[in-house]
Structure formats: C-alpha cells, structure tokens
Design a protein around this ligand. Structure first.
Ligand SMILES: *[C@@H]1O[C@H](CO)[C@@H](O)[C@H](O)[C@H]1NC(C)=O
Ligand SMILES: *[C@@H]1O[C@H](CO)[C@@H](O)[C@H](O)[C@H]1NC(C)=O
Ligand SMILES: *[C@@H]1O[C@H](CO)[C@@H](O)[C@H](O)[C@H]1NC(C)=O
Ligand SMILES: *[C@@H]1O[C@H](CO)[C@@H](O)[C@H](O)[C@H]1NC(C)=O
Ligand SMILES: *[C@@H]1O[C@H](CO)[C@@H](O)[C@H](O)[C@H]1NC(C)=O
Ligand SMILES: *[C@@H]1O[C@H](CO)[C@@H](O)[C@H](O)[C@H]1NC(C)=O
Ligand SMILES: *[C@@H]1O[C@H](CO)[C@@H](O)[C@H](O)[C@H]1NC(C)=O
Length: 374
C-alpha cells in the first residue's frame, strides 16, 4: 500500500460496480464448486432498505465523502491499526440492533454503553477519529450527517485504504436514542460472534441475521488485518473456556509457541495484542485464507473455517487462490451487513456529537420539524 489517499466517490462506486458484475459471473463458478450455496449468493443481492440512497447527502452535504475519507486517512498516518478498528466498529454496531451508531454512545446515568460489553470492553477503538470527523461535518454541514452513516463510509474507506476494494454505500441512516448493552453482551446467537465457539455456533450466529455460512466465511476475511488480545487467543491452548473442549484446535506448532511466549508475561491479557494475519498484518488482502490452509489462524474460530468438521475448505482455498473473488464477495457481504436495521425517516435523530444523545426537546428537533414541513 502506498501513502493514504483520499478515495473519490466516483472511483469507489465504479470499482464496486465492477464487483457486482464479477460477483454474479463468479457466482456461477462458486455454484459449480459449492453447489446450492453459490446459487443463493448469486441470485439474491441484498435489497436497499427504503429511505437509503447513494445520493442522500448530494444536496445537503456533498463534502461528506471527502471529509470521511480524509479523516480516516489522517488517522491512519499515526495509527496503522485504525482501518481494522473502524471496520470492527461498523460490524459490532450493525450486528446488534442494526447500523444505528448505538455503539458510539458513551455511558450516562441512563445509557449503558455498548463499549463496555464484554466483546467490546478493552478492545473496541477508533471513536476519537469518528468523533473528529463528526466535528468537521458539524462545521461544514451542521445537523445533517448521522454518526451511523459516518461509521458506514469510514468502514468502506478503511478497507480501500488498506489495500482492499471499495463498494457503493447507501446513506440516510439515523442515530439511535439508546445503546443495546445487554444484547452486545449476549452469549446467544443474538450477540456478537464469540472467538471461542465451534463452527456450528458461529454459523448459527450469522444465520440469526440471515447470513449464510458462505457469507460468514467471507466476512471473517476482515481478520486479514487487525489485532487480537491475548485474552481471546490463549484460552484455546489451555481449554480454560468450557466451549473449547473437544473442539478442533489445529494450529501450526511454531505459531502456537510464539503466541504463548508473547502472551506469557502479559500481566493484563487485555493489553497485550497479536497480529491476526501472520503474513501481511496491516493489509487488506486474501492472506487470511492462505494462512488458514497453513494452520496459521490466530483465533480458534478463524482456524475452524478450515479445520473444523463440516468446514468449507473449498471456499477457504478458493479465496486464497482468487483474491478478486474474495474482494467482490466481501464487498457484497458488507453491503448486506451495512443494510441491517437502519433507522430512517423520522426515527432516531441526527446526533450533534456521536458519543451523546442530543439534549431532549432542544432547538435541533424543532429545526428538524421545520425542515420536514418545508
Ligand atoms: C459504563 O457502564 C457499564 C455498564 O453499566 C459499566 O460496566 C462500565 O464500568 C461503565 N464504564 C465506565 C467507564 O463508567
Ligand atoms: C471491562 O474491563 C475492565 C478492565 O479489564 C474490567 O474491570 C470491567 O469489569 C470490564 N467490564 C465488563 C462489563 O466486563
Ligand atoms: C439488562 O440486563 C440486566 C441484567 O440481566 C437487567 O436487569 C436489565 O433490565 C436489562 N436491561 C434491558 C434494557 O433489558
Ligand atoms: C457446538 O457447541 C454447541 C454449544 O456449546 C453444542 O451444543 C454443539 O453440540 C456443538 N456442536 C458440535 C458439532 O460440536
Ligand atoms: C434472507 O436472505 C435471503 C438471501 O439473501 C433473502 O432472499 C431473504 O429475503 C432474506 N430474509 C430475510 C428475512 O431477511
Ligand atoms: C469430550 O470428549 C470425551 C471423549 O469423547 C467425552 O467423554 C467428554 O464428555 C467430551 N466433553 C465435552 C465437554 O463434550
Ligand atoms: C517473562 O518474565 C520472566 C520474569 O520476569 C522473565 O524471566 C522471562 O524472560 C520473560 N519471558 C518473556 C518471553 O519475555
């Protein structure tokens, strides 16, 4: 990857358009190799939710794409982990109660912030950059762009900035009035996918949102960059989590020794981190899949995609061989994920700051009502 560049909307949309075409022609190949699963992937693209569109801010804030792209690029100059972190914020936001920026809310007396739910606690990050982007947008186009849309664009730009392929984003989401702490903390299929469970439990978590096992394998490719705390890595070697017992637990012995050594002296296993991708740790590419074939998956659930009973080894190998196929399927999976449960129209609100619900019955809501009757 070269220096970070501002991603032009047109270029990204054009690249993503190519992806959609590639997806369906690849879909036929996937069909041949994977039988029925490939058909579903090709025939059903995810429908755009009513109220969302690519040109939602074309009149009210045409600068939105440049401002978000610049904010992500600037943040990445001093924090190479940022693109992976912002993609994870998007996933953990959308997976729980839809893409409504509920994850961005901070604690108050009435808000129990999702940031502290176990899967996010000590690991969710990137909000300083999202807040700075929001602050810029509030000066350029006040009370217009939702935090939920900022997170959505930032995730797309993060993938592209790290070497992956963009996709067209539809906009018009609004921000939640509350957080979903309990669901974020849930161990059930309604919660976030755990790194400790068996393959069928991971598949069930995705099925809960109507994502196929194929789409689960595809979206897991997000672990081609980013880090994992020792707290989520070492339990697989010690079976200290009951769900790990009798699960397939394959790993390259050298990598296992290296991870154990690196984590051994962690006085706090939340503070010591490991690269998820042993080959190209900061690049969005298909090395995640070639690593899995070599038993270099860092999380138990990563390696399950290739090693567990019932794993789709053919798809993992195929993505490892055909980066373009992975890229276009990933773009398609992200579009579907970013379409999860948006608030639209007059639901929710446009927050003034991403970490806070607007003061109730403030001038903001009356301004919004005025706009609504114009
Ligand atoms: C925020 O609230 C959560 C849930 O009540 C709690 O576990 C956490 O300790 C709080 N964090 C801070 C920094 O106050
Ligand atoms: C979040 O992590 C902190 C520090 O490790 C811990 O004290 C706290 O109990 C955790 N909160 C939750 C809700 O697990
Ligand atoms: C969240 O869970 C706690 C503990 O189980 C419960 O007391 C609380 O009512 C739940 N909150 C919501 C909003 O469901
Ligand atoms: C996977 O884990 C779940 C929950 O622990 C368990 O009920 C199920 O039997 C396991 N499936 C397999 C194939 O091991
Ligand atoms: C589930 O996904 C399939 C294929 O993507 C789609 O045809 C169907 O409408 C979806 N169902 C729901 C309830 O979203
Ligand atoms: C693990 O497998 C052993 C031998 O098959 C069995 O006795 C034991 O009950 C299993 N443990 C769990 C937690 O499934
Ligand atoms: C861990 O700490 C012990 C005691 O401080 C030290 O002897 C050992 O070399 C350390 N191991 C690693 C891998 O840093």
């Amino acid at each position: 990857m070269g220096g970070p560049k501002v991603i032009s909307r047109t270029a990204t949309a054009a690249a993503a358009h190519g992806a959609v075409v590639a997806r369906c022609s690849w879909g036929v190949l996937v069909l041949l190799l994977l039988s029925a699963v490939g058909t579903v992937q090709c025939l059903h693209s995810s429908a755009t939710p009513a109220g969302l569109s690519e040109d939602f801010y074309a009149e009210s804030c045409p600068e939105v794409f440049d401002i978000v792209a610049a904010g992500v690029a600037l943040g990445t100059l001093t924090d190479i982990r940022l693109p992976a972190s912002l993609l994870r914020v998007n996933f953990h936001d959308c997976w729980i109660g839809g893409c409504d920026a509920s994850l961005s809310l901070d604690n108050t007396t009435t808000i129990f912030s999702e940031k502290f739910a176990a899967p996010n606690n000590n690991s969710i990050r990137g909000f300083n950059v999202l807040d700075a982007i929001k602050a810029t947008l509030e000066t350029v186009c006040p009370q217009t762009v939702s935090c939920a849309d900022i997170v959505t664009i930032a995730a797309r730009d993060s993938v592209a900035l790290a070497g992956g392929q963009g996709w067209p984003v539809v906009l018009g989401r609004r921000d939640s009035l509350t957080s979903h702490f309990n669901q974020s903390a849930s161990n059930g299929p309604d919660g976030l996918p755990s790194p400790f469970v068996n393959l069928s439990t991971t598949i069930a978590n995705f099925a809960f949102r109507n994502f196929s096992a194929t789409e689960m394998v595809t979206l897991s490719g997000s672990h081609t960059f980013g880090r994992a705390r020792c707290a989520v890595v070492t339990p697989r070697f010690t079976n200290t989590k009951p769900f790990l017992l009798n699960d397939t637990n394959v790993i390259d012995p050298k990598l296992k020794a290296q991870l154990l050594k690196h984590c051994a002296n962690a006085s706090d296993p939340n503070l010591v981190i490991n690269n998820l991708d042993q080959t190209t740790p900061n690049t969005f590419d298909n090395k995640y899949y070639t690593n899995l074939v070599k038993e270099l998956g860092v999380l138990h659930t990563d390696q399950n995609l290739f090693s567990a009973q019932g794993a789709n080894t053919g798809l993992v190998k195929l993505y490892g061989q055909k980066q373009n196929l992975f890229f276009s399927a990933f773009a398609e999976g992200m579009i579907k994920m970013q379409n999860l449960g948006p608030l639209t129209g007059t639901q929710g609100q446009i927050r003034l700051q991403c970490g806070k619900v607007n003061p109730s019955s403030s001038w903001t809501s009356s301004a919004e009502s005025l706009l609504a009757v114009e």
